[in-house]
Design a protein around this ligand. Structure first.
Ligand code: CNA
Length: 445
């Protein structure tokens, strides 16, 4: 993974395919995302041509909103100019209108419409965009849910503002706040839940083009989503490197040091080693750039459990073709789904994600298979920590076997270390290549 100091807020002035870093939209996005939807270059780099006459458009010509439970209590007031992401996630102007609209249109059945499209075979290239909300059912707190989210519980880390914990300069000065948090986030003590297995089932049905996750908990891999179907856009704990000279460091050693309250030290320059979780201002992994191919190709976008506050990831959802249905499954409206009226073909189902996904699976007739998959997975011995790509590859292999859809997997080319920094064309990192090699050798079994 390459790192440099750069900011996504320069996106309008530079080609986004040459450099992309993670940044909080609260730091960079000063306008309502609803206003900017489809208006800027986004991560794909250019305005998109409208296609208004597809068959999908006829099927999904109406937006829909439905909800199962009450909107979150988090809708504290905030002004648009507020830069507090904790508050901003829950209260945009228009939410009240949307709430009324949601109540009014709850019978329109967006979930059912999309399920029908899938059953009709109209969705063969599904892209899933996910965030921390898919893992709360596994017991991992998200960032921004008031009360339970990590940002609401950071007093103990003694940091000036929540995002400091993922600020590389802050880390450079004092790694302890992040290491304290890392102890809680390290993969090992949490298991994938129904939502993860739903994504796996999408793959098993041969429908998953790619899953883009912001999560760093490794649960997608653990449940068996193959490496080449997964983009961990904000990195993971599976590898580690010096935060200064980027010399690779054994992930297990880094974990051991961190879990024992020590600071892992680079053997080359003696600076602090950091798990390859992407911090604000750092480059995203190379395979993130697969989005330039995937999103234009997608015929269904499912957005789950994210507040869409982190750029450039958040803008990905605006880069599918204008006729492609987008389904938001979340507790509340986020990103372009805060706009009233919704874009044609946009659907959202508000409520508890696990409940929603379960209902969606039932509509698709997949529930029994998912339950069975979960049961069979539970009987397998899964390594307590995804310490290396090869270990995660084994895990995926064990649990895939005969259910894998036949062939058709896209593979990536590896490239020399020196070329990685400048490449932006959807290639992967070396470590990702390693893990994919292990996955593909399993597939051939
Ligand atoms: P976020 O900003 O905390 O948003 C989570 C979203 O999910 C919110 O809109 C919640 O309302 C919603 N949500 C949470 N639980 C549920 C539920 N049970 N049902 C329905 N909706 C729910 O997190 P994002 O992912 O948007 O932000 C990106 C950050 C979070 C990434 O950089 C991650 O690294 C980071 N993060 C990851 C993890 C993890 O790996 N599990 C945990 C915490 C934070």
């Amino acid at each position: 993974m390459n790192r440099s100091k750069s900011s996504w807020d320069k996106k309008v002035h530079q080609s986004p395919v040459t450099r992309m870093t993670r940044s909080s939209s609260s730091q960079t996005r000063h306008t309502d995302p609803a206003e900017t939807q489809d208006a800027g270059p986004g991560p794909y780099g250019k305005l998109r041509r409208k296609q208004t006459d597809s068959a999908l458009a006829q099927d999904l010509s109406q937006m829909s909103v439905s909800r199962r439970d009450s909107l979150p209590t988090s809708k504290g007031k905030m002004s648009k100019s507020s830069s507090d992401p904790v508050q901003s996630s829950g209260s945009r102007s228009g939410r009240g209108t949307l709430s009324a609209l949601a109540a009014k249109s709850s019978s329109r059945g967006g979930l059912a419409s999309v399920a029908r499209l899938v059953k009709l075979g109209r969705c063969k290239n599904v892209v899933v965009v996910a965030g921390a909300g898919i893992s709360t059912a596994s017991g991992i707190p998200d960032f921004r849910t008031p009360g339970t989210g990590l940002y609401a519980n950071l007093e103990k880390y003694n940091i000036p503002y929540p995002e400091a914990i993922f600020n590389i300069d802050y880390f450079s000065n004092d790694p302890q706040p992040f290491f304290s948090l890392a102890k809680a986030l390290y993969p090992g003590s949490h298991r994938p839940n129904y939502i993860h297995y739903f994504v796996r089932m999408l793959h098993l049905k041969g429908l998953l083009l790619r899953m883009y996750t912001q999560n760093i908990d490794g649960l997608e891999k653990l449940c068996g989503v193959p490496d080449d179907k997964l983009v961990e856009a904000h990195g993971s704990f599976a590898t580690a490197a010096c935060h200064l000279c980027y010399t690779a460091h054994p992930a297990e050693e880094a974990k051991h040091a961190i879990m024992n309250g020590n600071v892992p030290i680079c053997t080359f320059c003696a600076a602090t080693v950091k798990p390859d979780v992407v911090f604000f201002g750092e480059d995203l992994p190379q395979n993130y750039f697969l989005h330039t191919k995937d999103f234009p190709k997608a015929d269904l976008l499912i957005i789950m459990g994210t507040s869409l506050q982190i750029e450039p990831f958040a803008s990905l959802v605006n880069t599918v073709r204008s006729t492609v249905p987008r389904l938001l499954l979340n507790r509340h409206a986020v990103g372009p789904f805060e706009k009233v009226p919704l874009r044609r073909g946009d659907h959202m189902e508000l409520g508890d994600l696990e409940d929603t996904v379960r209902r969606f699976a039932e509509m698709l007739g997949w529930n029994d298979e998912i339950e069975e998959l979960m049961r069979s997975q539970e009987t397998l011995s899964i390594p307590p920590f995804i310490s290396s790509p090869s270990v995660s590859g084994q895990t995926s292999c064990q649990s895939r076997g005969a259910l894998e859809p036949p062939g058709g997997m896209e593979t990536f080319k590896s490239r020399p270390e020196g070329q990685r920094a400048s490449n932006s064309g959807g290639e992967e990192t070396d470590s990702e290549t390693d893990s994919k090699s292990s996955a593909s050798s399993c597939q051939s079994n």
